[in-house]
Design a protein around this ligand. Structure first.
Ligand code: NDP
Length: 489
């Protein structure tokens, strides 16, 4: 169904600027395909500098009114958004599964529920936030938290609403106004969030959203002179471009970037107890989670038995129809990403590795022939210095490496440019903690993975990013601390 201005109301998603649904001023579109089938599911505006200017202008105009609310009032808005999102939780799960190719079970348990939780969590955090006071002998210091201004929130395609809500909630909760730029590959739940925000009755212009490519819409947004802070989650290469663009005008920056995380299996690990969790840490969301353990370091005394049990468990994963609640693994996000992962499978063979399982197209129903499918892949026999073991693949492919001493495991773990996360599996948590303290990462889990308490710091070191999100770390980033020192009378 096409209207006279060339739009199809059933397919076309708008930008959301100043409370209005508008299309790109240039009139151009980007087609969005379902990753599991390759079929077109929507079109999004191909926004450009003009659209960015309009969105930033609206955010700037809404700023003073929004900043003048009390924190209790803003927390109330976050709760209201959470309530309406929760009423639409099944729709969020279906849209996220359709748009990303991930299984509906994961979309519901991870993406949909966490998006609601993010708004609720920050409502509570902001309500409980107190100004700090430091008493001197003859004066009192009061530290206030003031809004930073207009923010650019840029998010990737792997956990679309989960990561967008993780930024929007604390940013507006602290009194800022924002312009969001979701990945062009996964626009559906960002659109839903904006409709929820409209239904909640949030003042126009507090949250704006433009669709489009990173270069045409994301770049101008980051560089915009009226944007005071940038919160970016995405790849390290893009992060470096964003950092340069933001640095020239001294914007506040938070960068959550790529990872090449190690999963360390110690000789005292109870393999039968932990195998399911280790497989999940390797392949959740088809390995497209920044925290996934893509290098598995195994003590050489249990290497062979681990290898056999791990491969058996991976081969039991059910790949296929993302709508089926029994499905464990869906499709990859795009044909380009599938090609990238396949190129690493070829590289693994060139580098002398052995493919223990996977590497090819899984047998799935003909309905999914146009999708981006690859079986979960386990590679043995590669050096920890091989490219496959050093570069972020961000797909369902892991490499296995033996080690002899705890020191060697730490050395291999720290041997990449990345430093996001890691996990250690052992019956001796004291030994695990000793190793964790020597790992150059922002986060380490012992005998668990992706076990998230939203109050704790989240983020990486080295090329995995700058800054921390989560709890008070987010509240700190999304505010400016101002000290007022009052001399005693
Ligand atoms: P990209 O870096 O390709 O893109 C991330 C976002 O940045 C997208 O919205 C993209 O838009 C936009 N973008 C691209 N170029 C620019 C630019 N020049 N200026 C401003 N914005 C731009 O990452 P992916 O979407 O491919 O996501 C996968 C990556 O994200 C992996 O490396 C993964 O490790 C990382 N990630 C990190 C997490 C963390 O917390 N550390 C969590 C989740 C993922 P568009 O896509 O439309 O081009």
């Amino acid at each position: 169904m096409e209207t006279k201005d060339g739009c199809d109301p059933l397919l076309d998603l708008p930008n959301h600027i100043g409370g209005e649904e508008v299309f790109a001023t240039g009139g151009d579109w980007i087609i969005n395909n379902a990753p599991s089938t390759g079929e077109m599911i929507s079109r999004i505006p191909r926004s450009n500098q003009n659209d960015v200017d309009n969105a930033v202008k609206c955010a700037k105009e809404a700023g003073p009114g929004w900043a003048s609310l009390t924190k209790e009032e803003r927390a109330g808005w976050l709760d209201k958004i959470a309530d309406i999102l929760e009423q639409r939780i099944d729709e969020i799960a279906s849209l996220e599964s359709l748009d990303t190719g991930k299984p509906i079970r994961i979309a519901r348990a991870v993406d949909a529920e966490r998006s609601v939780a993010n708004f609720r969590f920050y409502a509570k955090q902001i309500r409980e936030l107190e100004d700090e006071e430091f008493r001197m002998k003859n004066a009192t210091n009061r530290v206030l938290r003031r809004p930073v201004g207009v923010g650019a929130l840029i998010t990737p395609w792997n956990l679309p609403l989960y990561l967008l809500s993780w930024k929007v909630a604390p940013a507006i909760g602290m009194g800022n106004t924002v312009v969001c730029k979701p990945s062009e590959l996964t626009p559906m739940t960002a659109d839903l969030m904006m409709k929820v925000i409209k239904d909640a009755g949030l003042p126009d212009g507090v949250v704006n959203l433009i669709h489009g490519t990173g270069v045409e819409a994301g770049g101008p947004l980051v560089s915009h002179p009226d944007v005071q802070f940038v919160s970016f989650t995405g790849g390290t290469t893009t992060g470096s471009i964003v950092a340069k663009d933001a640095a020239t005008s001294f914007k506040k920056m938070s960068l959550e970037l790529g990872g090449k995380n190690a999963t360390i299996i110690l000789d005292d690990c109870d393999l039968d107890r932990h195998m399911e969790a280790i497989v999940r840490a390797s392949f959740l969301n088809q390995g497209q989670v920044c925290l996934c353990g893509s290098r598995i370091l195994v003590h050489d005394s249990i290497y062979e038995s681990f290898k056999q049990k791990f491969v058996d468990a991976v081969e039991r994963l059910q790949i296929g129809d993302p709508r089926n609640p029994e499905t464990d693994l869906g499709s990859l996000i795009s044909p380009q990403h599938l090609e990238k992962v396949k190129s690493y499978v070829h590289l693994a063979i060139e580098e002398g590795g052995t493919i223990l399982t996977g590497g090819g197209v899984p047998s799935i129903s003909s309905e999914f022939e146009g999708g981006n499918w690859i079986s979960p892949t386990v590679v043995d026999g590669l050096s920890p210095e091989s490219r496959c073991a050093m570069e972020e693949i961000f797909g369902p492919m892991v490499t296995l490496h033996p080690f002899t001493t705890d020191e060697e495991a730490i050395q291999i773990s720290n041997g990449t440019r990345y430093g996001l996360a890691g996990s250690i599996w052992t019956n001796d948590s004291t030994r695990g903690e000793k190793i964790a303290k020597k790992m150059d990462t922002g986060m380490v889990w012992i005998n668990t993975w992706l076990h998230r308490d939203l109050r704790v710091p989240f983020g990486g070191v080295k090329d995995s990013g700058i800054g921390r999100e989560g709890g008070k770390w987010s509240l700190g980033f999304y505010s400016e601390a101002t000290n007022i020192c009052i001399m005693d009378d």
